[in-house]
Design a protein around this ligand. Structure first.
Ligand SMILES: *Cc1c(COP(=O)(O)O)cnc(C)c1O
Length: 370
């Protein structure tokens, strides 16, 4: 049995007609920029995410860039980010000419270490970007408590965690700005690129809207130098069809995670470290990432067996060529480096069947036990 890492066809098939109808509606309107689909999506997601303001963006990366721009972050400014995340988190900082200040991860959850984050604060720190990695909430409370008295904005990178709760409230609504992605492999994926920025502040929301559209208000009067960070009406229409299913899909991912736990326990695979769920920090499993010895050999074994898997992420930021100028050395962040060497993401998409999951665990068992 072959098991793909992600099967978007399985999600598409039952929604196909509704999605095509939505795309057709936009085509028939010939209204592709802004308009009712974008406004509708923003209204609906603001309600879901329990935040007053949601602003559609061209991607999760652009949402991060726009968030940093909303605080005028640029050369000479420091922004604290985890070293272990998808590239965009630190890339957004560097693109604005600011300096990413990297911190290590927690030993158990892959998320940034709050104590290390607070220790990295300097007088030049202009923002902190916690990442809710793989769909699990980062430990925000100590970071928010340290940032508030220093007036340092917290920008949540919630690209992998839409609908995930921290202490019962959706991530993205805790910091000054929350950034989300609709990249097709995220829990709510579009038909291409798209993103969202959320804020509880009307003033920041207004700035984000200006930044998204060349700082322009009204037409051809520019208050600031913004960019084109707009989401397309076609993407918004597709996302509005999928949005009502998101909660169910995340429940399905969680159920699959629970099933993996039972299957791994039955298989007696004690050398496989399963994802840790910290209390009050729900996990919606955008990725189900295990930690294993001989990771690269296991990966080759699974590839050969037709089992999809992926390494998120093989190289932490501090060891990336493009960040050599930041001056970090190998060994600087041992937890992240160990994670980069041992982590392996397994298929977790909601439509995965029990038989497929048994095949995944069976193939891993064969690798370790023969
Ligand atoms: C996907 C992702 C992004 C970027 O989102 P895009 O929509 O692909 O630009 C940023 N941060 C993290 C953690 C991500 O996983």
């Amino acid at each position: 049995m072959t098991v793909p890492l992600l099967d978007l066809q399985a999600q598409y098939a039952p929604l196909r007609q509704a999605l095509l109808d939505a795309v057709t509606r936009v085509c028939d309107s010939q209204r592709f920029i802004g308009g009712p689909e974008v406004e509708g999506l923003e209204r609906e997601l603001a309600a879901d995410l329990q935040t007053p303001h949601a602003i559609g963006m061209s991607s999760g990366t652009d949402a991060l860039v726009a968030a940093l721009m909303a605080f005028n972050i640029g050369p000479g400014d420091e922004v604290i980010t985890p070293t272990y995340s998808f590239f965009a988190t630190a890339g957004a900082v560097a693109r604005l000419g600011a300096t990413p200040v990297l911190v290590d991860s927690e030993a158990d959850t892959f998320n940034l270490d709050p104590a290390a984050t607070i220790a990295a604060i300097t007088p030049r720190t202009k923002a902190i970007i916690p990442v809710h990695l793989f769909g699990q909430a980062a430990e925000l409370a100590p970071i928010l408590a340290a940032a508030a008295p220093r007036n340092i904005p917290v920008i949540e990178d919630a690209a992998q965690a839409i609908g995930c709760l921290y202490h019962g409230k959706p991530v993205g609504s805790w910091g000054a700005i929350g950034c989300f992605s609709f990249f097709p492999s995220k829990n709510l994926g579009g038909f291409g690129d798209g993103g969202l920025a959320t804020s509880t502040s009307a003033e920041l929301a207004h700035r984000l809207k200006l930044i998204r559209n060349h700082g322009m208000e009204p037409k051809y009067y520019h208050h600031m130098v913004g960019a084109n960070f707009r989401i397309d009406a076609l993407q918004a229409a597709v996302l509005r069809i999928k949005r009502p299913y998101l909660a169910g899909w995340s429940t399905g991912r969680r159920a699959n995670a629970a099933r993996y736990r039972a299957l791994f326990a039955d298989a007696g695979l004690t050398d496989v470290v399963l994802p840790v769920e910290a209390p009050d920090r729900t996990h919606i499993y955008n990725q189900f990432v295990i930690r294993v010895p001989q990771r690269d050999q296991l990966r080759a074994h699974l590839d050969a067996a037709g089992i999809g898997c992926e390494v998120y992420y093989p190289v932490p930021f501090h060891l990336q060529e493009c960040f050599a100028g930041l001056g970090y050395q190998a060994g600087a962040f041992p937890v992240a480096e160990r994670a980069a060497q041992s982590s392996l993401a397994l298929p977790i998409y909601p439509e995965l069947t029990e038989a497929q999951q048994a095949a995944v665990v069976g193939a891993i068992r064969t690798f370790y036990r023969g």
